[in-house]
Design a protein around this ligand. Structure first.
Ligand SMILES: Cc1ncc(COP(=O)(O)O)c(C=O)c1O
Length: 386
């Protein structure tokens, strides 16, 4: 299958045998240059300017979220979302070990600690069964919130991540969070455009975030967005990301320790052009996934990861599961030796030094996913006909 896969990927991306096929590169086929030049001509290149507001409105219109707040990157958006959700120093935040490190770093920036739950095999995000079992057996309600019995620490929030763009089991997680009175924050960094029962990921929790890094479905170069339906939370997020400066006066008065996290106008200009094309990007990415799916139909030993039932995924990264770690490593080595940038999933967080002492449930599915998964080149192919 290895040689056939190499030829198939090369033909999909129209690359000759000596050319690199990247994992995910951006597409600039719309008004990117025009808006960037407008931005330069206006001299408004930093965190004040019309493109920032326009970009925020485009995210609200696209996702249906009532409020969007543009940030310098997805990590800062996560940091602010968790803070606005009420996470405090010493809290535990329920999350998945199967994620990119930014999810856990944002928790740590607040002096809180991740507590790792296993993932479901169907979507590679927090397993509601695992979370329910943990909540029933290991927590108790108190006046100060939900307490983890064995450490006495408060559970500050649940932070779920939509892996590779595939939506998590949001209804179940939302119900658990409501019952146990903990905020739900969605790390939708990878899943802009993905729908869960018709609703955009990021809009079901108390707050959600997207990343607009160069490797995402839509990019601002570097960038992130916080979304929420709560006006109060949106105001707080905007205030914190703009150095907590009191607006409406020329005086520099800041009423708390804030952050210089506001997205610059020049990045937002790029984002506005990209958001005009988001429907096309998503359709082409879903079409690419169909092509991969059809290819792997001939190889029953390979499991092509398909969108979970009731969802519509943006298929940010196309992923396959191989029989074991040895086979995964063999395929990764083969494709990379042929200049095809296939990648493994992230090493699970509980195996990284700084998070190795964090509390956790059994992580059988997490470990298996890491052992078996290979991510395949997934850029938008402009030549795919739709
Ligand atoms: C799951 C996840 N969370 C958070 C981030 C952080 O976003 P950024 O790189 O924009 O800071 C990323 C991606 O880069 C991500 O994949």
């Amino acid at each position: 299958m290895f040689d056939e896969l190499e030829s198939f990927i090369r033909s999909l991306f129209s690359k000759k045998s000596d050319q690199v096929v990247s994992l995910h590169e951006p597409t600039f086929s719309g008004n990117e240059k025009k808006y960037l030049l407008e931005c330069l001509d206006s001299t408004f290149v930093s965190s004040v300017g019309p493109f920032v507001d326009q970009f925020e409105r485009s995210i609200e219109n696209y996702t249906g979220a009532k409020h969007a707040i543009a940030c310098v990157n997805g990590t800062s958006a996560l940091h602010i979302s968790l803070k606005v959700a009420g996470v405090m120093p010493e809290d535990l935040v329920l999350t998945q070990s199967f994620t990119f490190v930014a999810t856990c770093n944002a928790i740590s920036y607040l002096g809180a600690q991740p507590y790792f739950l296993d993932v479901s095999n169907s979507c590679l995000s927090i397993s509601p069964e695992c979370m329910e079992d943990f909540l029933i057996k290991q927590t108790k309600k108190s006046n100060s919130g939900l307490i983890h019995k064995s450490t006495g620490k408060r559970i500050g929030a649940c932070l779920v991540m939509h892996s590779f763009g595939h939506p998590a089991q949001l209804n179940e997680l939302e119900d658990l969070c409501k019952t146990y009175e903990i905020p739900l924050v969605e790390d939708a960094a990878e899943s802009l455009g993905s729908l869960y029962q018709g609703q955009h990921t990021g809009t079901l929790g108390d707050l959600g975030i997207f990343s607009f890094n160069g490797n995402k479905i839509s990019t601002t170069g570097g960038g992130g967005v916080v979304i929420t339906n709560s006006e109060k939370k949106a105001k707080k997020a905007k205030h914190l990301t703009t150095t907590a400066k009191i607006q409406g006066s020329y005086e520099f008065i800041h009423d708390e320790i804030g952050y210089n996290y506001r997205m610059p106008n020049i990045n937002a200009a790029l984002g506005c052009a990209q958001m005009e094309q988001i429907d096309v990007f998503k359709t082409k990415k879903r079409d690419l996934a169909d092509n991969y799916k059809e290819f792997f139909n001939s190889y029953p030993e390979v499991d092509f990861f398909v969108e979970p039932q009731g969802t519509e995924s943006n298929y940010w990264l196309n992923t396959i599961r191989l029989k074991d770690q040895e086979e995964k490593t063999r395929l990764l080595n083969f494709l990379n030796s042929k200049k095809i940038m296939a990648r493994p999933a992230w090493k699970p967080m509980h195996e990284l030094n700084m998070y190795s002492k964090c509390g956790r449930t059994s992580l059988v599915n997490t470990n298996r996913a890491y052992e078996q998964i290979v991510c395949l080149p997934s850029s938008v192919i402009t030549s795919i006909n739709i």
